[in-house]
Design a protein around this ligand. Structure first.
Ligand code: GLN
Length: 384
């Protein structure tokens, strides 16, 4: 047989999605691939029912239905203070997965180097490889997952064209502070680097507010925001993402997006206008509900002998397993799904270089699902 393209050998299949398959094979509770097991708000579902009856069944405008882009521009302004031109600065994509892939293809040339932190969400390195570019990893240190400013500076000085940052972070739960982002911005300006952010968890923050990098001085033209409606409105299956960037970057991203997918599903874009217009109380409730879920999962993990650190944001708890005598986290995750009935993602898939054995649990589940997971996890100490 003819060989497949070399780039397909440079990255592996998603471990996150693989663990979803493992979960269903063993009938385990899926705390692996992060998506809600609850429905979006009823008003959003009503809007979808109306949209389906209202005839939006052909392609939307390739850049995104204009109503959704306008609603999105208004929502971004409401939360970040940035005035956004929906006609020149927004592109609606099939999830932030396409947003990130299209962005890296629009930014990076073959052979370009781009930075990303480790631990990282597994798509980024694969997306860069699809653009024939080379990922360079910056290690976050200690249980708090902080970068070393000197290491950050030398990465920027090493000739990267782009830097990818997930904030709030999947998988480690960091919410990067204003000071850290100012430091990053200063380096991006000094070394002429474009920063691509993944901000899909911007509304799931617990201890401190989310800071928008694009709104910091000098960053509007050198930040490309990739985000989505998936996590904020509990609609991961709708596959609605977007890229927010200055016209220079947007026009390149739009070309890639157009030839990759043409566009996201039209009726869903129409219904999204209602989600984007939800009042402030929706976001407060979202945060409070996730706080409660976080506390149930963290307590259950503590009771089961893990040493969880409550995340500052996003909905993942990354647990080090060293003290439990585990050396192979992939084997541990398979055992956990099969024998305990709880699926999680082996942490090694998020690290480059010296990964300590760890597993990532998510808490985007109903309270009863999390309580049931807690009962199952309580069996770990007696069985491990
Ligand atoms: N972001 C979620 C996670 O890390 C799921 C993403 C996905 O599988 N598309 O689990």
């Amino acid at each position: 047989m003819l060989p497949t393209a070399r780039r397909t050998a440079l990255f592996s299949e998603s471990v996150i999605r693989d663990m979803s398959r493992v979960a269903s094979e063993h009938g385990a509770l899926n705390l692996a691939q992060g998506f809600p097991d609850f429905d979006p708000p009823e008003v959003v579902l009503d809007a979808l029912r109306r949209a389906i009856g209202a005839g939006a069944h052909q392609y939307a405008n390739t850049w995104g239905a204009s109503g959704m882009r306008q609603a999105l521009a208004a929502k971004i302004e409401r939360f970040s203070g940035t005035v956004v031109d929906p006609d020149r600065e927004l592109t609606i994509t099939c999830g932030s997965t396409e947003a990130m892939a299209a962005t890296l293809m629009a930014v990076l040339d073959p052979g370009d180097r781009f930075g990303l932190v480790s631990p990282f969400y597994e798509n980024y390195a694969a997306d860069g490889i699809l653009a024939d570019a080379q990922p360079v990893h910056l290690r976050l240190h200690g249980p708090e997952y902080r970068w070393d400013p000197a290491e950050l500076r030398s990465l920027f000085a090493s000739g990267i064209k782009a830097f990818v940052l997930c904030n709030p972070s999947n998988p480690c739960g960091r919410v990067f502070s204003r000071e850290e982002l100012l430091e990053l911005a200063q380096l991006a300006i000094e070394f002429d680097v474009v920063v691509v952010t993944d901000e899909v968890y911007e509304h799931i923050v617990f201890e401190k507010p989310h800071v928008h990098l694009h709104a910091l001085p000098g960053m509007a033209d050198r930040t490309i925001v990739c985000s989505s409606l998936s996590k904020t409105y509990s609609i991961t299956g709708w596959r609605l993402g977007y890229v927010h960037a200055s016209p220079h970057w947007t026009s390149a991203v739009r070309k890639v997006h157009d030839f990759l997918t043409v566009g996201a599903a039209h009726p869903l874009q129409v219904a999204a206008e209602t989600a984007l217009a939800l009042p402030a109380s929706y976001y407060t409730a979202l945060r409070e509900e996730y706080l409660e879920r976080r506390s149930i999962l963290v307590q259950a993990l503590e009771a089961a002998g893990f040493r969880p650190r409550p995340p500052e944001g996003a909905y993942f708890v990354l647990c080090d397993l060293t003290h439990m005598g585990v050396s192979d986290d992939r084997a541990f995750a398979l055992w956990l799904a099969r024998e305990i009935g709880v699926a999680a993602v082996p942490g090694s898939s998020f690290f480059k270089g010296e990964a300590r054995p760890s597993v990532r649990f998510h808490f985007s589940r109903r309270l009863e699902t999390l309580r049931e997971a807690g009962q199952k996890l309580a069996l770990v100490p007696g069985r491990i």
